[in-house]
Design a protein around this ligand. Sequence first.
Ligand SMILES: Cc1cc2nc3c(=O)[nH]c(=O)nc-3n(C[C@H](O)[C@H](O)[C@H](O)COP(=O)(O)OP(=O)(O)OC[C@H]3O[C@@H](n4cnc5c(N)ncnc54)[C@H](O)[C@@H]3O)c2cc1C
Length: 456
Amino acid sequence: MNNYDIIVVGAGPAGVSAALEMSQAGAKVLLLDEQSSPGGQIYRSITKTSPELLSALGPSYSEGASLVNKLAPSKVHYQPCATVWQFGDDGILLYSVDGQVTQATGKHVILATGALERPVPIPGWTLPGVMTAGAAQILLKSSGVVPEQAVLAGSGPLLYLLATQLIRAGSPPKALVETQTTSDFIAALRFLPRTFAAWKMMAKGLDLMREIKKAGVPRYKSARDLTAIGTTQVKALTFEAKGIKHKLDCDSLLLHQGVVPNTQISRSLRLEHRWNKRQACFHPFTNGVGLTTNDTYSIIGDGRAIGGAHVAVLEGQNTGAFVAASFGFQVDPDRVFKLLKILEKERAIRPFLDRLYQPPKEILTPKDETVVCRCEEVSAVDIRDYAKIGCLGPNQTKAFGRSGMGPCQGRCCGLTVTEILASENKLSQQEVGSYRIRSPIKPVTLGEIAQADDDN
Ligand SMILES: Cc1cc2nc3c(=O)[nH]c(=O)nc-3n(C[C@H](O)[C@H](O)[C@H](O)COP(=O)(O)OP(=O)(O)OC[C@H]3O[C@@H](n4cnc5c(N)ncnc54)[C@H](O)[C@@H]3O)c2cc1C
């Protein structure tokens, strides 16, 4: 009953594309996602969005409907509200829907679990009223909720996109405080590729900037020393830009420093990961078609390397076609090769974006007083002190002070802990490594764990 040819985890652009590709080839496919509707981060709630919200979210959001609408008439067995929390080497996994645990087995499993926002640990980032730009966008997409007079701070394309979405939703941000500098732009220029896809994306970016300018939203560039001020609630953001100190009063501060692959599952499977200097994060090691160091698992989309939604779709089709063909289903023999060629062009803009929006050092290795592990309230100075008394890796910091042991399971502090230890111990990030992740991948109840033992 619960045996499938292929299981796909994650119904974002990558997972939906892979599932459709394999199902069309004749494979029996299970597609699991913890959200209540398909679309992933970029197309979240697209099947339920009102026309007013659709127009605020813009054309890059609306275009997701054509992909997601292919799912219902297909033969893909799509299970929403399914949180997958345990994975075995052999393609056996456990997921919960409304507290009911099910075991499913795939001859092959494709992980399409996307990205997480990079943590932005600045002093005061744990104050109520401070959240990530992505979190604010989730509220907008899923409930139409907008913050009033929010200050957006950090860097990356999502910051501009959210600013324009807030403008169109009738609640323009108070200001944009950007950490990237002119030197970042000049350094990035040498990566500007001569491809149509890159210019198309640049043009989209410039359109967003024009919209922000037209709405009269002030932009502060080359910002440093970002600090959220307040005692029980954020009251202001202070920073320095071009030698001038600023204080912007606000009760919503939205931080962003780009996104990084969500490697919680791939690390729980002990797959090989490598530090990617350009994106300043760990990537699961995969071959050209997304196969990992365990033959039963492939990884596609932003969970493999940050590439954006179009790359995610192409990777889904490419890996989907390859996996389907390798299990004997009918696929055009040239399809994998053709898709790889298109992918190469579509990925060409990445080095430019990665260099332009490189996170500043004060974010990667924050000031001493900054809380790093929000769940267990461990500060940067604590991690530095552990290093001074011989702590070499993130897993040992757990024994020293419980960092990474709270409900977020290291998602919010993992990269910062690696960076601080690398800097203090004069080691590379690869040598320092990352937290060891164990099941359950997501918080579940003891009842669910007991059910897993009883029923499966
Ligand atoms: C908060 C956030 C907002 C973003 N907004 C935009 C945007 O507006 N525009 C844009 O161009 N890019 C945006 N991005 C970047 C975006 O993630 C990618 O461009 C694109 O969505 C990647 O597609 P994907 O299929 O690889 O992953 P995603 O779209 O992220 O899909 C991954 C899916 O996996 C599911 N999942 C993860 N873990 C589990 C689990 N254990 N069990 C079950 N399901 C699981 C998630 O619910 C999600 O639906 C955003 C990223 C983030 C983190």
